[in-house]
Design a binder for this molecule. Sequence first.
Ligand code: FAD
Ligand code: MLT
Ligand code: ZN
Length: 472
Amino acid sequence: MSHLPPELLHALGEIVGPAGLIEDEAAMQAYLSDWRNAYRGRAALVVRPASREEVAAVVRACHQAGVALVPQGGNTGLCGGSIPDESGRQVVLSLTRMTRIRQVDPANETITVEAGVILQRLQEAAADVGRLFPLSLGAEGSCTIGGNLATNAGGTAVLRYGNMRDLTLGLEVVLPDGRIWDGLRGLRKDNTGYDLKHLFIGSEGTLGIITAAVLKLYPAVRSRTTAWVALPSPQAAVDLIGRMRALCGDRLTGFELMSRQSVEFVLRHVAGCNDPFGEVHPWYVLIELSDTLPEAPLNAMLETGLGEALERGEVLDAVVAGSEAQVAALWKMREGISEAQNHEGPSLKHDISVPVSSIPAFIEAADRQLQEAFAGVRIVAYGHVGDGNLHYNISKPPSSEDAPFKAQAEAIMHVIYRVTCDFAGSISAEHGLGQAKREAARHYKQPLELELMRSIKQSMDPAGLMNPGKLL
Ligand code: FAD
Ligand code: MLT
Ligand code: ZN
């Protein structure tokens, strides 16, 4: 029996038709828990509008009835932002039927897409016109552009191209009262006051529903080289990225750090992954160079940089991929870490950032404090080190039960976030606050920043119906 007033249920049915409503408990389940099964909620209904007009009509009807909405894309988010609460009174608004690529404008180097387009499909559409859409992340086969925008997603190419904020020129948004803001401008220059699109990017569905976006395209990559490199320490990684940047400039498009623990999990759980080296090393980086020229001397550059680093002891060993299959195999080792960690029992995710120069000291301090206070926990540190962004994830000790580890989760988190703040860092570099970090943000964000954020929320969504309980 739905918690919704019958007249609202009827109105929503009229707006989206039978294909756009999911009322059945069993059919709703996929929308009510996240990829890791770390968050679970209940909903009065899942509604799946197929156009911006339908989204606007749904939002208007819910606004009039005082019913809260939880926007959802591919449901790959890692902080519970797309999962409703447990009241069973919220409506999940899924954008997965809004899948049109509205316009490709190669001369303007832009593409206009709807919010439900899967990231990988957008990458393919860009490739079809000889362009690159550079956002790239492990969930690209299922996450949506709306979700990427709402979380200001990062991923493995931020080093060269920036995050979703940097890739966006215009947005179309349904506001909390159902009005449509058409900000779909493909302009690289527009100084007519506050840049409203940036309010919605990274707002995690709390200010409105993003229905479409104009995104930047880049020249297609025509050559690339990829290496898997063993290192003695995180400091060696920071030294190496500086060396490679000086040598290769913008051709350095990927630089991903991984601890041995992370790689061990992948070797244990992800089929087809093999250690490229005969011996165990403490740290690894995956380096990628790319260029728009088909014959760019990338291998020579890589060999020069790695050769110098080997001589100085900054690099212990390296393999360079000799084929596209080997490139894919190396990336699979990196991108498989999230999945592999799921097989090791409960885990705690902390996607922190600090200045790149502070990464080694952060790891040293956080490792030491955790090991002193929580013996046996496994630290799974990896990530986008060139952006100063580490996934400093924690898995339970192999021999312990789940419950005692879960009971320590909050204390572990505070140790990590305190160290993050000691280095003037952020408690969320890319996944957002959602429900996971909402409370923590109260401790670790400046009170004035929170006050400004609350006043923006209050002025745009005074009834508090857009994704309540998330972010703020
Ligand atoms: P959802 O999970 O459905 O939603 C995420 C948030 O956005 C929620 O708060 C939701 O309410 C809101 N939202 C969704 N659509 C809209 C919309 N149209 N309008 C308004 N609000 C909306 N993230 C990174 O940044 N970098 C990574 O490298 C990365 N790697 C990942 C690897 C794996 C294996 C997985 C599972 C996730 C990874 N993520 C990463 C996290 C996640 O994929 C991204 O945050 C992604 O951008 C979420 O997109 P989604 O469509 O799944 O959004
Ligand atoms: C990644 O970069 O692989 C994800 O953002 C990290 C994660 O799953 O914790
Ligand atoms: Zn990441």
